[in-house]
Design a protein around this ligand. Structure first.
Ligand code: MTE
Length: 315
């Protein structure tokens, strides 16, 4: 389906549409490299009907026609194999998952390793609400209002040594509490990684909330990674360890199927998955099919991280 066959003015009340134009201009500012939420004066993104508008946060990199995916879809259509492999399994099976108390180890090549209590991450003064486009490797996408802190804050506090080149993330391993880990679907615990410069990029978030509330378990409570220019599987959930290292971390999906899932996993419509096209995506909660954008629409901010790299080989 061509992307521009339906204008957002066709489906959105006009006052909301006009508001959106204003807020999308703020998103354009972000595109020019002004990434701090403060400088955008916390421009609110209005959703819903006039008179019922809610502030969901600052829009980052949104495109015309991008509206936040309904909360019911964000919290009921999930991938979280620790709670089952079906899209509706996590919401059903993770309901009673206890996320307090929660300790995150920050370790490896850092001057200040430590065990952090979740409350260290949850300081309201450090939280930002940001609306990001999200693209799953399975060719569906959402627009999600996250709440979190820049991962760079946490990493800088630990003071990486000059040898540190990568960051490895690990999910809780506890088959009693995460019943999916009783089955050998993946090599548990779920593991992910970023290059240090990717981890320090101001768009990279450690999310603790969604839609202005604490994360529900199915979305990765109490703490998960959000990297909006990469496929969703990089967004590891329920993190208990962050380790700085000089070696490229082994990641769960690359271990499971190296020909299909690479370390970089940058959204790239020009490089198909071996079993399906990555050129378009289905936007959850709407009937639209969209063209997928390089780096999921964040090329202005992140393409320079990869200058000189062969992104077909480094998929
Ligand atoms: N993290 C863990 N620990 N286990 C998982 O199965 N699935 C990944 C990622 N993080 C996954 C995970 C995949 S494939 C996607 S698309 C996103 O989580 C989905 O995040 P969402 O459910 O909040 O949309």
């Amino acid at each position: 389906m061509p992307r521009h066959d339906l204008q957002s003015s066709d489906i959105t009340p006009e006052s909301v549409y006009v508001d959106r134009r204003r807020f999308l201009a703020a998103a354009g500012l972000a595109g020019a490299g002004v990434l701090a939420a403060g400088t955008l004066a916390r421009a609110a993104f209005a959703a819903g009907r006039p008179g019922q508008q809610k502030s969901l946060g600052t829009p980052y990199g949104l495109q015309p026609n991008d509206t936040p995916t309904p909360e019911e879809d964000v919290t009921s259509y999930n991938n979280f194999y620790e709670f089952g492999t079906g899209k509706d399994d996590p919401a059903a099976n993770a309901q009673d998952f206890k996320t307090r108390p929660w300790t995150v180890k920050v370790e490896g090549m850092v001057a200040k390793p430590g065990d952090y209590q979740l409350e260290d991450f949850l300081k309201p003064s450090r939280m930002e609400d940001r609306i990001y486009r999200m693209r799953c490797v399975e060719a569906w996408s959402m627009v999600i209002p996250w709440r979190g802190i820049p991962l760079a804050d946490v990493i800088k506090r630990a003071q990486p040594t000059s040898q540190a080149k990568f960051v490895e993330f690990t999910t809780l391993l506890d088959p009693k509490r995460m019943p999916g880990q009783r089955y050998p679907v993946l090599d548990w615990p779920y593991n992910e990684g970023l290059r240090l410069d990717e981890a320090l990029h101001p768009l990279t978030l450690l999310a603790t909330g969604v839609y202005g509330k604490d994360l529900p378990p199915q979305n990765g409570a109490p703490l998960r990674l959000v990297v909006p220019w990469k496929y969703g599987f990089k967004g590891i959930k329920s993190i208990v360890r962050i380790r700085l290292t000089d070696r490229m971390p082994r990641t769960s999906w690359a271990l499971a199927n190296p020909g299909e899932y690479g370390f970089y996993a940058n959204v790239n419509p020009a490089v198909d998955h071996p079993r399906w096209s990555q050129a378009t995506e289905r936007r959850i909660g709407s009937f639209r099919r969209l063209q997928t954008l390089p780096f999921n629409g964040y090329a202005d901010q992140v393409a320079s991280l990869y200058s000189g790299m062969d992104l077909v080989r480094n998929y």
